[in-house]
Design a protein around this ligand. Structure first.
Ligand SMILES: *Cc1c(COP(=O)(O)O)cnc(C)c1O
Length: 232
């Protein structure tokens, strides 16, 4: 058995166990395999092990892989920071975008989404307490942004995404996930119809699932440690 196959099986088992332990349906959580820095052949191997949804952070690297794997029915998620001059390629090649945090980017993605493709699935990135990156909209500004994004014709506003700073203490891990769960509930009570909480990575996905994650984004636990040497 290859490492990717056995890692994937272990992660899927842990996701299912966390879902059941949280009293949620066993298929409540979708696993997004984060393949950044790993070659197309690693993605192919994960596909052969049953994985179809993959997350990428770096546009050029992602486009190369998407091209090399055109023969497979894969679902591609862009999870990196979005520069406005890169929106066209993102709109043309991805199924989901997780890091939208300003209207200008959303407007460009909507305008540039080809008519021949279904609407682009969008998550708004929220800068929750302890957000590791500087991106993300402030929690008190999410409602306004959501109200604007939901009107864009070629986008489908699905939910919220966060990247909390990595901490080992499960008590500290939990707070930003609770904040996200409550924020989604507030937005839906205000009339939004969002079904997605994209949160939880290799080191904290079990806690994220307890707090309502519907997509966990897992890289290291599936593909192994990343070598950042060649990164863009
Ligand atoms: C790299 C990355 C991940 C995966 O992180 P791991 O710790 O390797 O599981 C998840 N989400 C985002 C936004 C990332 O950039």
């Amino acid at each position: 058995m290859t490492a990717i196959l056995s890692n994937l099986q272990a992660v899927k088992r842990a996701v299912t166990e966390a879902s059941i332990a949280a009293g949620r349906p066993r298929d409540a959580v979708h696993l997004l395999a984060v393949s950044k820095t790993f070659p197309a052949e690693a993605v192919r191997e994960a596909y052969q092990a049953g994985q179809t949804a993959f997350g990428e952070n770096y546009l050029q690297e992602a486009l190369d892989k998407i091209g090399a794997l055109r023969d497979l029915p894969l679902e591609w998620h862009f999870i990196g920071p979005i520069q406005s001059n890169k929106t066209r390629a993102i709109a043309e090649h991805f199924d989901w975008v997780h890091g939208v945090d300003r209207l200008k980017v959303a407007e460009r993605l909507s305008a540039q989404r080809p008519e021949s493709m279904p609407p682009l699935n969008i998550c708004l990135q929220v800068n929750v307490s302890g957000e590791a990156s500087k991106s993300g909209v402030a929690p008190q500004e999410v409602l306004q942004l959501a109200g604007e994004v939901v009107r864009l014709p070629r986008l489908k506003l699905r939910g919220l995404m966060a990247i909390p700073a990595p901490v080992d203490d499960p008590l500290l891990q939990r707070a930003p996930f609770v904040q996200m769960r409550e924020l989604l509930a507030v937005l839906n009570a205000q009339g939004m119809q969002m079904d997605t909480l994209s949160m939880g990575m290799s080191h904290d996905f079990a806690v994220a699932i307890q707090e309502g994650a519907t997509i966990v984004r897992v890289g290291t636990a599936i593909f192994g440690a990343r070598n950042y040497g060649g990164e863009q």
